[in-house]
Design a protein around this ligand. Structure first.
Ligand SMILES: NC(=O)c1ccc[n+]([C@@H]2O[C@H](COP(=O)([O-])OP(=O)(O)OC[C@H]3O[C@@H](n4cnc5c(N)ncnc54)[C@H](OP(=O)(O)O)[C@@H]3O)[C@@H](O)[C@H]2O)c1
Length: 252
């Protein structure tokens, strides 16, 4: 029995990294997946992988910081796959380097807030009227361990934007619970995505591993398994949770 059989899932930022792992796993579990990002080549690659495995997916491109584009993407998904049951608002990233607050540029600050908090808000705003009308749905947001405690390795604007996503998640969970909609967040520690592998050297990896009670770094699949649980019926009484997926790193 597939855990997401027949559900329509929009996974934002699934052209690569954590989002791609979530899209692949959801498709394996029977979801009809909207693979989304901005890079057409990366999008087609994930789309092709899913179809090769026998899953069903479409690829949709667009920038989530513009509400008109978000609406166009949602409408395309609804036209091609049907009403959205699951939104994984995963797209985001850090747009500035770690360091003292006074060195952060205004553009760097705005990019971090727009690319994480605003993009998450606009995506949820777009799917919510449909979910409320149907009195069903589940929404996952993507925070970060950067928002769980001050860490000199995290850029301040990124941490602040992700902290904003956490309270947005919990606030929304209280608003939409009565409509049968669950809203939860995942907060991963550094994940060994293809992108991160390019800049985290072997010695740095060893150093990071020592900071994890479970002595390894996380993979995109670790985060995907957490997302699958929260999106599935097994989590039907769980809402407003910020789930740390960190190998225990966030508590030490
Ligand atoms: N990797 C980690 O260590 C880690 C740890 C904690 C939290 N997270 C969070 O997990 C999420 C995924 O991270 P990742 O490492 O997998 O990122 P990634 O490899 O950089 O991929 C980011 C994805 O988001 C898309 N995206 C970014 N901004 C977008 C926008 N404005 N509009 C549309 N699409 C946009 C990208 O699309 P294109 O590339 O196609 O443009 C890509 O598909 C992010 O929210 C990140 O902050 C990551």
């Amino acid at each position: 029995m597939k855990r997401l059989g027949g559900k329509v899932a929009w996974v934002t930022g699934s052209s690569r990294g954590i989002g791609a792992a979530i899209a692949r796993l959801f498709a394996r579990e029977g979801a009809l997946v909207a693979v989304h990002g901005r890079d057409p080549e990366a999008l087609s690659a994930v789309h092709a992988e899913i179809e090769k495995e026998g899953g069903r997916a479409i690829a949709v491109a667009g920038d989530l910081t513009k509400f008109a584009e978000v609406e166009a993407i949602r409408q395309q998904i609804e036209r091609d796959l049907g009403a959205i049951d699951i939104l994984v608002a995963n797209a985001g990233g850090s747009f500035t380097a770690p360091g003292p607050l006074e060195d952060i540029t205004e553009d760097g600050w705005r990019a971090s807030v727009e690319g994480n908090l605003t993009a998450t808000f606009l995506t949820i705003k777009s799917v919510l009227p449909g979910m409320k009308a149907r009195k069903a749905g589940t929404i996952l947001t993507m925070s970060s361990s950067a928002a769980r405690r001050p860490n000199p390795r995290s850029p301040v604007p990124y941490a602040a934007a992700k902290a904003g996503i956490q309270i947005l998640t919990q606030h929304l969970a209280t608003q939409v619970g009565p409509f049968g909609i669950r809203v939860n967040a995942i907060a991963p520690e550094t994940i060994l995505t293809e992108k991160n592998k390019q800049w985290i050297s072997e010695p740095m990896q060893q150093q990071l591993i020592e900071a994890h009670p479970i002595r390894r770094l996380g993979t995109p699949e670790d985060v995907a398994q957490a997302a699958l649980f929260l999106a599935s019926e097994e989590a039907s009484w769980i809402t407003g949770v910020i789930l740390d997926v960190t190998g225990g790193a966030v508590m030490v």
